[in-house]
Design a protein around this ligand. Structure first.
Ligand code: AMP
Ligand code: MG
Length: 406
């Protein structure tokens, strides 16, 4: 066993663990990509730069309902209306000495160089339009290519696709986007005590909540989940299951069994047969997080306590899974907030507390036990209390919204 991983060794700081995971991810970037319809592409990662094929807007169009005219050499006298242009029409060139009735989004006729909004005009009895104000050249016209030019890089490879990005692709007329293939993640829960919902509860048992938590979260990160079920706390079966799972998965993600107890078989197997990379972090909750490799497949062993699994997945495993898909910015946005509580006892590990923001201040969920899942649902995010730090009410800490972790 790697001596650095012995029990007595100092705990690994969170940022070092993240950079080790990202270094590992760099070596395992997914190479294959696929073309999929926009309707199926949310949360996926763009494989190639998305280039504009069109100028946007494709032609100058009106930003207002009003009248298009040419202001060059015009003395402000009333103008007859030579045509009407609605959005979706292709107008004729503007006849000299006339204006065109025009509506928002309609192409501006060639020869017109301004639009006056209808509120600043009056229709005379003979049908001519009187302009109460003289518009400057260019007013109320959205020029061709104002947003982008054909050939511009609109989205860089590695961009995660959400509603905004997919709308940008749609505006170019794309039906499909080229995305990195989904990472295949084998999700394995360990623990003799675990039962799936839908089976009657037995004495000593609990229902498996981590599977549901991670199943949804993995999907939100663009992964394909291979449900590897529940593994009993038994060494031989643990080895066997990992052997089976190493084929066909890009990552084996497990929960439980990574502490130093007798029943913590997964950690033992990873440290003995696998290649351990990290074990024991300076983090609370989540200290036993174990990262290793079994055969050629990386294994991230999250601790079993639901909030430990949640925090370590959100801060570490998430970054790994995004980076193998080519996402550059994997660090969640965070910002400082004042706390509404005191934290008098300095901790030896970096602590992530479930808090809610109320009037701009972080309010603590009363029970911060790693076994309590409900706090995460109550909270808006995590605050980070650094090793050795104490807090007075009003002191500032870094807040990571949960929404940043999806
Ligand atoms: P472990 O990390 O295996 O020592 O588990 C720590 C605690 O988390 C124990 O109380 C387990 O019963 C609980 N636990 C482990 N896995 C799960 C799971 N999949 N769902 C809910 N609780 C779990
Ligand atoms: Mg266990």
């Amino acid at each position: 066993m790697n001596t650095a991983l012995k029990n007595a060794s100092p705990l690994m700081p969170v940022e070092e663990a993240i950079s080790q995971l990202l270094a590992m991810a760099e070596l395992r970037r997914l190479q294959d990509s696929e073309s999929i319809p926009l309707s199926a592409a949310r949360q996926r990662v763009l494989a190639n730069d998305l280039l504009a094929t069109l100028d946007l807007p494709p032609w100058p169009n009106s930003a207002m309902d009003g009248y298009a005219l040419n202001v060059e050499g015009w003395d402000g006298r009333p103008l007859p209306v030579s045509q009407q242009v609605f959005a979706g029409q292709a107008p004729a060139a503007l006849a000299a000495g006339t204006c065109a009735r025009i509506f928002t989004g309609a192409p501006v006729p060639k020869g017109a160089n301004a639009v006056q909004m209808q509120e600043n005009t009056r229709v005379l009895e003979d049908g001519r339009i009187q302009f109460m104000q003289l518009p400057a050249a260019g007013s109320n016209i959205r020029p061709q290519g104002q947003e982008n030019r054909a050939g511009d890089v609109l989205l860089k490879a590695g961009k995660r696709l959400g509603p905004f990005e997919l709308a940008v692709a749609a505006a170019q007329g794309c039906t499909h986007v080229q995305v990195v293939r989904r990472p295949r993640v084998a999700l394995l829960s360990t623990g003799n005590e675990l039962l799936e919902p839908g089976t009657p509860l037995k004495p000593g048992s609990i229902y498996n909540s981590n599977r549901t938590l991670l199943n949804h979260w993995l999907e939100a990160l663009g992964c394909e989940v291979i449900d590897a079920g529940i593994l009993p706390d038994e060494l031989k079966q643990t080895r066997l299951r990992l052997e089976q799972l190493q084929h066909g998965a890009d990552l084996i993600l497990t929960t439980g069994g990574v502490s130093a107890g007798d029943a913590d078989c997964l950690g033992q197997v990873l440290r003995e047969c696998g290649k351990p990379l990290l074990w024991k972090l300076s983090i609370k909750p989540g200290k036993p997080l174990t990262v290793g490799q079994f055969g050629e497949v990386p294994v991230i062993g999250l601790p079993g306590n639901p909030t430990s699994a949640l925090v370590t997945f959100g801060l570490l495993a998430r970054a790994y899974l995004l980076r193998i898909q080519g996402v550059e910015s994997v660090e969640p946005l965070s910002f400082p907030v004042p706390v509404d509580f005191a934290w008098p006892k300095p901790g030896s590990r970096r602590e992530y507390l479930r808090v809610r923001l109320e009037n701009g201040r972080a309010v603590l969920y009363p029970n911060q036990s790693s076994g309590v899942l409900l706090g995460a649902s109550w909270a808006d995010g995590l605050v980070e209390v650094l090793e050795g730090r104490t807090l007075k009410e009003g002191d500032s800490v870094q807040f990571i919204p949960f929404s940043e972790l999806f």
